[in-house]
Design a protein around this ligand. Sequence first.
Ligand code: FAD
Length: 391
Amino acid sequence: MVDFGLSEEQREIRAWVRTFVEREIMPLENDVLRRERGGAAPGLNADEVRGLRELARKSDFWGVQTPVEYGGMGLDAVTAALIEAELGRTFLTFKFGGEADNILFHADEEQQKRYLLPTISGERRSCFAITEPGAGSDAKAIRARAVKDGSEWVINGEKTFITGGCEADFALVFAVTDPDLGADGGVTCFLADRESGWTSQPIDTMGERRPASLVFDGVRVPEANVLGEVGRGFELAMQWIGKGRYLLPARALGGCERMLQMSIDYAQTRRTFGAAIAERQAIQWMIADSETEIEALRLLVLHAAWQVDQGRDSRHAQSIAKLFGGVKANEIVDRMMQIHGGMGYTRELPIERWYRDLRLLRIFEGTDEIQRRTIARDLLKGRVTVGETLR
Ligand SMILES: Cc1cc2nc3c(=O)[nH]c(=O)nc-3n(C[C@H](O)[C@H](O)[C@H](O)COP(=O)(O)OP(=O)(O)OC[C@H]3O[C@@H](n4cnc5c(N)ncnc54)[C@H](O)[C@@H]3O)c2cc1C
């Protein structure tokens, strides 16, 4: 049986988030655009994020996917995707509070007190650091090295493009502990406090994000700060990357929906040669193609999320959703800019900002090419059979 309906609870949650975004976040958009045009740091500032999170918390909206026993809502992946799509309707990046990196739940009791619980409560911020100047897509090629010295590990190496790296209080940093084994048993994840001495430098990008490069120069962490087991860090890294891949295209979906509606409204009021541009087939086709792709993306995202909820191996479906979402969202934003003509290209409207931000979706957490590689390999190695994804 295929059921495309949402549960009562899912509809209510989606409606609540839509109202929250429309009432609390969208009214900040023009201010942020004005600030950005004036050269301020992009996006919502820390006070605005804190205020919005506290406001949501008063309605018990806190820890979307954090298990209930940790004070979260413990929501399923499909509902999380619906929430993400609603948040995507604003170009301002906002996440509800009460979340922690999925792999932090592997922390032992002592680590939970020092890292997991303060991250969930918002007192401490983490960053996930695997990418290096010489190792991005090929994450197995990391060179950062950790060597045991008594009861401590000494970490040396450089990480790059680390989201939240300048703001983080501690890093989940991946380093080689056994060069002979490499990623197959020789990479370990460490919880490294900023006080342990690593440094960060912001990296300017074309979008809202300001990731950081991190330098570990003889940074010492106690052996109690190994997350999980020594040598099993690469599996943790893959768990971190793989868990929420469907959430990235989910967010893009919301942005595409909003831009399509903006474009429909604009096309009906903008007149050229004595008629609304909406009357022209060229414009209608851009609207129709975008709507078709948005609906296809919705199904791919929800299917990937559903597979997660079913406890199935969702990697193939997540790669397809991420690839399609990245490629199509970039085509759609380009069309929406085209429909808006010169206005679309200005910084008065958010379309150019989406245009810059959405480009990242084709690069981070697995580039288009890496998703294609995964999808093709699944088929070529027989892990997935053509036409059997609904089994
Ligand atoms: C804004 C931003 C935030 C990020 N946040 C984080 C973070 O928080 N933590 C973290 O660890 N990393 C983070 N990253 C890093 C990100 O995951 C990498 O940039 C990404 O995986 C690509 O790696 P790369 O940049 O080294 O490109 P490369 O791996 O050098 O790839 C360059 C080009 O070659 C292509 N390519 C590579 N291998 C193949 C292949 N086998 N076949 C065909 N084509 C191939 C790629 O698709 C790409 O087009 C972030 C990056 C950005 C830009």
